[in-house]
Design a protein around this ligand. Sequence first.
Ligand SMILES: C[S@@+](CC[C@H](N)C(=O)[O-])C[C@H]1O[C@@H](n2cnc3c(N)ncnc32)[C@H](O)[C@@H]1O
Length: 220
Amino acid sequence: MDFDYAHKDTSEGERETPTAPFNKALFNDGVEEMLRLAALREIPVSDRETLTFLTTLLSALQPKNILEIGTAVGVSASAMLYVCENAHITTVEKNEKFYAEALQNFEKQGFTERVSAISGDAAEVLPRLSGPFDFIFLDGAKVQYVKYIPQLKRLLRSGGTLLADDVLLYGYVSGERETPKKRKMLVEHIKEYLSAIISDSEFRTVVINAGNGLAMSVKI
Ligand SMILES: C[S@@+](CC[C@H](N)C(=O)[O-])C[C@H]1O[C@@H](n2cnc3c(N)ncnc32)[C@H](O)[C@@H]1O
């Protein structure tokens, strides 16, 4: 691994949903190459089933203004821009090396004009942003998800969609697999997020067993 940060221990990435063999969309050459390199270098990026769900959803929604928390090297942001030709994306990344590499990847694909990449901690960046965003992809530090809710709610327009990734965390949150000791706190934080967003009367939420688990919340 050539980066300090990794959110996943690869031994935990083996869970495959029953639908994963069918959900294998192919993307443009740029995204395919980024996915290949990210896998080789163990950079944490969304898996193919998650990207398939994300891009299928966005093909229907066609949001114009997207916010992403957790750019990594720009794979999911590029996939979103690829399927939403008229979209602009604001994407926030804390790790400076990832941020720098994402900028290069956006440039290589001709996406620079359509991206506002921000280097920083989402907790500090979110209060400075002004929306409204049509779509938010929440894919940063899972422990922070619940704390972001008030800002995400402020930034999302009514009728907009918030998609949070990794909410089943290798099956630990759903109880399919026993949670290792080192993941117990993280599982608790994710459960807090799910409980808060599901019971929030301003959102209608569905949890989806695709990829590592997605929570899709529509602001009503
Ligand atoms: C799972 S990766 C994102 C993958 C990316 N969305 C993709 O699919 O291509 C999570 C990213 O969130 C970043 N991150 C973690 N904590 C953060 C924070 N507090 N603010 C902003 N980014 C953060 C990590 O550095 C990491 O690159």
